[in-house]
Design a protein around this ligand. Sequence first.
Ligand SMILES: [Zn+2]
Length: 434
Amino acid sequence: MGARGQTVRVARTVVVESARIPRKLFKVFVEVEGMYRNMVEQLTIYAVRNTITSFTRLKALKYRELRRLYPKLPSHYAYTACQDSSTRAKSFIRLKKLGQIDSDYPRVEKVSIWLDDHLWRLEGYTSIKIATHKGWIRIEFEPHKQYWKYINGGWKPASEAKIKLDKRNKKIKIYLVLIKDIEPYKPRGYIPVDVNEDNIAILVDDKPVLLETNMKKITLGYYYRRKRVQEKYDKIYGVKSRVKKKILRKLREKKKKHSIRWKTANIIVREAVRRGYGIALEQLGRRSANNMIKKVRDRQLRHRIYQASFKSIQNAIAEKAREYGVPVIYVDPRNTSRQCPIHRAPILYDNGSRIGKCSIGGEFWHRDVVACYNILSRTLGVDGSYAPKPLGITVDGRPVPLASTAAHDPIVLDRGLWERWKSPPKIHKYRMTR
Ligand SMILES: [Zn+2]
């Protein structure tokens, strides 16, 4: 899975806003939106009714009709309306299958107008031209700091864009897709990352760091709270109640997890960039459930919940890494916390202890850290050109005991601390707690 050697295309959507547009001009866009919305409404219902999810098929069936309907509208709006609608139909059909939608037909509520390369172009860096039934119209927009950061960083606009009308303020929101081709560098080493229930363990040049996430509490806590809300309100108001939906929305689980994910990803990726390292992750999905979750009643369920949140953290790291050209590799996750990376023998843990003892060498290992050493040593199997240095072996060949009193104990950073960071952790400064 190593992406080294080939370029990867990274895309980001950036939203910029036009200045206030004169009434007469704005009216043209309101008309475009009306026609576009009408096309999308008809197409989406047609697509769902006939179970069409392919853009090409929808276009083949409906293009002529759409052109007859709005002959003055530039023809490519019929294309993009088909694209928009097939996407809507696809997601409606999928959600319907999953039982997450009650209505039989999709409602088109919010509309943003999809533009392809025939319908818009960038004019300089601060305005765009949009094709309408009244000809091309030039719109100035107000670039912001983030936009310039991308442009100056070599990002280029993709051929597609979207616009949305802000009718109250007579402004247009422009959704630009910026792309960049990035070539991952050749890593001089790897930072292994082990995602656990409550922390993310990383190993930076032999220094283990645990970023505490409390993901367990957040994931399980929210899961059970959500379930309680569901059961309670289903009983009183029925399964489809609006009250329930409103309360579920308020739980804000998503937002919290999202922020944890991206902050962790940022810290790890920056650390890798600074050192010219790659990132090594466990290939999830094959790890056995009982390996990670103890004392579980509904083991399968918990496993699924955790896996999903572990994977989303990994994905955030991988995505951030792509943006900076940091190579990411995935290694076999089997027994990473139970096997001694030096002797390849089982590590024995006393009940509930974080510290285990190697069954052959007798040296001690910290549970959250040993996985990182194993992941690091397994990078060799994936990236053959890079050899991790022999693990924990001192000059005279003795294994370094990673005892609870040794300097190799992880530095635990609680979330309150690292969440506020913008730059990578200055690891040595933080006092170890356990
Ligand atoms: Zn050992």
